[in-house]
Design a protein around this ligand. Structure first.
Ligand code: SAH
Length: 252
């Protein structure tokens, strides 16, 4: 039987550098302005890549993973802005499903529906999401977290008892950095837990290729006027550790 290869994506280097660092027997291939690192995580062959930002960049990268590397599954890992009021910086959201909040061909079709697919929400792999959830819960246990990230760093972001949630993630080509953007999305799609710029695009491509997909997002900011400051320092100091810990545990 052909060995299965799993694709692991992030949008920016800080989301996946920690994973590339622990790959064994690594080789690098550059295609279309992206570098794909193939190697071993435990016994699992994986390809790790950062797609760059936004739905177009993410879809192109997911397509290369599927067509060139023939991956059997894609796991996206990264950061996002919290939308639901109970979501805090340092929490993790695992997508149950994803929606492209900036797709709108109404009145021709219902708002948010992807034309010709007749689909609005893209579901993720329940099996992988459940497995990931268990690993994240053990990593987020304060007794473990404080051995991985310095306590003064956790304090800076007021990360105290971080939690993991499973629910809807919204994606679109906008960085949310004002209260008004956040309020508009909360009103339009009240079930959304967090916002980012790639996940629903990857989920759409995986749906079309009939390959399982999961999207895991650590909350770097609260998608409001403090978002740019919070995002920049979170990705410098914390997101790599989350990414590495979550992915490494999956393949031990
Ligand atoms: N620092 C980058 C821009 C990052 S855009 C640059 O200067 O080029 C933010 C990235 O993090 C995107 O990949 C997106 O998926 C995620 N993200 C985090 N917080 C977000 C927010 N508040 N709104 C939208 N996307 C967010």
């Amino acid at each position: 039987m052909e060995e299965q290869l799993i694709g692991i994506m992030g949008a920016i280097p800080q989301e996946i550098d920690g994973i590339i660092a622990i790959l064994q027997d690594k080789t690098a291939t550059t295609i279309g302005n992206r570098t794909y690192y193939q190697g071993l995580l435990g016994k699992q062959q994986v390809v790790v890549v950062y797609s760059r930002i936004g739905k177009v960049a993410a879809s192109a990268t997911a397509s290369a993973l599927l067509l060139h590397f023939r991956v059997s599954e894609i796991i996206f890992i990264g950061v996002a802005g919290g939308i639901a009021p109970h979501i805090e910086v340092g929490d993790v959201v695992i997508a149950k499903d994803l929606i492209q909040y900036d797709m709108d061909v109404s009145p021709l079709r219902p708002k948010y529906e992807i034309p010709l697919l007749n689909k609005t929400y893209f579901e993720t792999s329940a099996m992988r999401s459940n497995q990931v959830k268990q690993h994240i819960e053990s990593f987020l246990d304060p007794a473990v977290l404080h051995t991985k990230i310095a306590s003064d760093e956790l304090k800076k972001f007021a990360i105290d008892q971080p939690k993991v949630y499973v629910g809807t993630i919204a994606s679109g080509d906008q960085f949310f950095s004002t209260d008004i953007q956040k309020e508009n999305l909360q009103q339009a799609l009240p079930q959304v837990l967090c916002v980012e710029m790639e996940g629903a695009a990857v989920a759409q491509i995986c749906y079309e290729y009939q390959v399982p997909c999961s999207v895991i997002r650590t909350i770097s900011d609260k998608a409001n006027q403090e978002a740019s400051f919070s995002f920049e320092s979170f990705v410098q100091k914390i997101s790599q550790v989350y990414g590495q810990e979550i992915i490494e545990k999956l393949f031990q």
